[in-house]
Write a protein that binds this ligand. Structure first.
Ligand SMILES: *Cc1c(COP(=O)(O)O)cnc(C)c1O
Length: 224
C-alpha cells in the first residue's frame, strides 16, 4: 500500500523543475513520518530547532542531509555543527562567526545561506541587504575559512496577495544578483536562492527559487 505522504510527495516532485531542491520540513514530525519519505528515496530534510534536529540525526539513517531552516541561537550551533548540511537562517555576523568556530572544531566547512529580510512583518528574522553587504566587505569575513556562503534565503509576508509575495521574491533575486556581481563573481558556490514554502512555492519558483522548503503540504498540519 502506498502511504498518503508518498502520494503527495510523488505529485509534488513531478511539479518541481529538476533544478529545484526540495527541503522537506519535518519539524514536529515523528521519525516514522520522516521514514515514509526516506523510503521514497528522499534524503533532504529541514528542521527549525537545533536539539530536535540533533535527536533526529542520532535516531535516523546517516545519509539524510539535514538543513537548518529556523532561527538559530549562537549557543545551539554546537548541537548541529558535526553534521548539518546547510544552514539557511544565518541572520547575523555573530552567528556566522560562531558557525565558523564550531565548524573548525569539527574540522568541517559548513555551507550557509544568509537570511535576508524581505517581508513586511517585523517578526520575521533576517538581515537587511546593507547589513549583508557590510559583512562581505569586512576583513573579518575573509578570515572565516570554515564557512562557505552558498546564497540567500528569504521568507515572504504571510498574505493572500500574490503580487506582494512575488515582489518580495523578486527583491531577493535582485539582492542575490547584486551580491553575486560585487562579491561572488568568480565563486560558483554562491548559487542558491532558498525561497518558497507550502503556500507560495510556485510563485517562488517563478521568481528563480533554487530551493523550496515545504512542510505542511507534505506532512499535513503540524502538531503544535
Ligand atoms: C516551518 C518552515 C517552513 C515550512 O513551512 P510550511 O508552510 O509548513 O511549508 C519553511 N521555512 C521555514 C523557515 C520554516 O520555519
Amino acid at each position: 500500500m502506498v502511504s498518503q505522504i508518498a502520494d503527495i510527495y510523488h505529485n509534488l516532485i513531478t511539479e518541481l523543475p529538476a533544478h529545484v531542491v526540495l527541503v522537506a520540513v519535518s519539524k514536529t514530525k515523528s521519525a516514522d513520518e520522516i521514514m515514509e519519505l526516506y523510503n521514497c528515496g528522499h534524503l533532504t530534510f529541514g528542521e527549525s530547532k537545533a536539539q530536535e534536529m540533533a535527536a533526529k540525526y542520532e535516531a535516523l539513517p546517516k545519509d539524510i542531509q539535514w538543513h537548518m531552516v529556523g532561527h538559530l541561537q549562537t549557543n545551539k550551533v554546537k548541537y548541529i555543527a558535526p553534521f548539518v548540511k546547510l544552514i539557511h537562517s544565518v541572520d547575523s555576523f555573530k552567528l556566522l562567526k560562531t558557525i565558523n568556530k564550531e565548524a573548525l572544531k569539527n574540522e568541517r566547512i559548513i555551507d550557509c545561506l544568509l537570511q535576508i529580510h524581505i517581508a513586511d512583518e517585523e517578526t520575521k528574522f533576517g538581515m537587511d541587504f546593507s547589513e549583508a553587504m557590510d559583512i562581505f566587505e569586512s576583513e573579518e569575513f575573509r578570515e572565516l575559512k570554515n564557512i562557505r556562503i552558498r546564497g540567500l534565503m528569504g521568507m515572504a509576508t504571510f498574505t493572500d496577495d500574490v503580487q506582494k509575495i512575488r515582489k518580495e521574491f523578486k527583491q531577493l533575486r535582485f539582492d542575490f544578483n547584486m551580491m553575486k556581481k560585487n562579491f561572488f563573481h568568480d565563486d560558483d558556490n554562491f548559487n542558491q536562492r532558498s525561497m518558497g514554502m507550502s503556500d507560495d512555492w510556485a510563485v517562488a519558483i517563478g521568481e528563480g527559487s533554487t530551493m523550496v522548503r515545504i512542510g505542511s503540504s507534505l506532512f499535513g498540519k503540524r502538531n503544535t
